[in-house]
Design a protein around this ligand. Structure first.
Ligand code: ATP
Ligand code: MG
Length: 253
């Protein structure tokens, strides 16, 4: 099978402590892959390894192999900025540049990376990204207003649009709805299901219900390891591991 992500025996050590302990994971193309697990199990660390945002940490050692879309992410010849273009990220707290306009928040990355040949092409790309993020209709008449004027849910969809405008192959989402109400959450869940036609999505969630609603595959992490992974339906109805069962029935985490 031609998967988009292969992780082989990944160890991450920060300041002398092993945070990820031999993670193996394969993610097929154009799926929503949910990562769940209790607090501190290493979910965010795993996501951040994939686009080398981890490089910013002090005292970091990474061992093992990550291949994303054929690129060996930690090979010394690999340019981290190329990895970050292929692998976009959306964070828990919406982080648009607040005093920058809605338009410029989306256009900035493509401008810096010269993804559009003309103003018209850039306009088209911004519109496309905002449409994919289910935000266009709400902002098309006020593209020049600052991002800070948007609601929390709108700001998060703006961040999704900003990531999409870079045409990533993989989109990482670290608890993207944990600061939003149910209406805003539903909208984001709906749009990510649509988005998997364009990108492969890895979503970390604290909420097993969210994982069961949106994902095709699930991995359950515990103490720096992946305990179990499989199709979402199977994990939620017939977990093989006791820890997974405990987690999805709400007994911890
Ligand atoms: N920059 C860092 N320096 C040192 N230790 C870190 C750093 N970031 C994370 N850790 C440690 O790594 C472990 C895993 O953290 P991580 O943030 O990946 O967990 P998580 O599963 O995302 O948890 P949560 O559900 O609370 O977000 C934790 O024990 C944490 O304290
Ligand atoms: Mg986390």
């Amino acid at each position: 099978m031609d998967s988009i992500i292969y992780i082989e025996n990944l160890w991450v050590n920060i300041s002398g402590r092993d945070i990820l302990k031999g993670v193996n994971l394969e993610v097929p193309r154009n799926v929503i892959f949910a990562i769940m697990g209790p607090s501190g199990s290493g979910k965010s660390t795993l996501l951040r390894a994939l686009n080398r945002i981890l490089d910013l940490y002090e005292g970091l050692t990474v061992k093992g192999k990550i291949i994303v879309d054929g690129v060996d992410v930690y090979d010394s010849k690999t340019d981290p900025s190329v990895v970050r273009r292929t692998v976009g990220m959306v964070f828990q707290i919406p982080n648009p540049i607040p005093n920058m306009s809605i338009y410029d928040n989306v256009a900035l990355g493509p401008k810096i990376n010269k993804l559009a040949k003309s103003r018209a092409e850039l306009d088209g790309l911004v519109r496309w990204a905002l449409e994919k993020a289910y935000l266009w209709d709400e902002v098309k008449d006020r593209l020049q207003t600052p991002a800070s004027k948007l609601s929390g849910g709108q700001q998060q969809r703006l961040c999704i649009a900003r990531a999409l405008a870079m045409k990533p192959k993989v989109l990482l989402m670290d608890e993207p709805t944990s600061n939003l109400d149910t209406v805003a959450t539903t909208k984001i869940e709906e749009l990510i299901v649509e988005l998997k036609k364009e990108v492969t999505i890895l979503i970390v969630t604290h909420n097993p219900f969210q994982a069961s609603r949106v994902s095709d595959h699930v991995a359950f992490m515990y103490d720096g390891q992946i305990v179990e992974t499989g199709p979402t339906g199977q994990i939620f109805t017939r977990p093989r591991n006791k820890l997974t069962e405990k987690y999805i029935t709400g007994k911890f985490g």
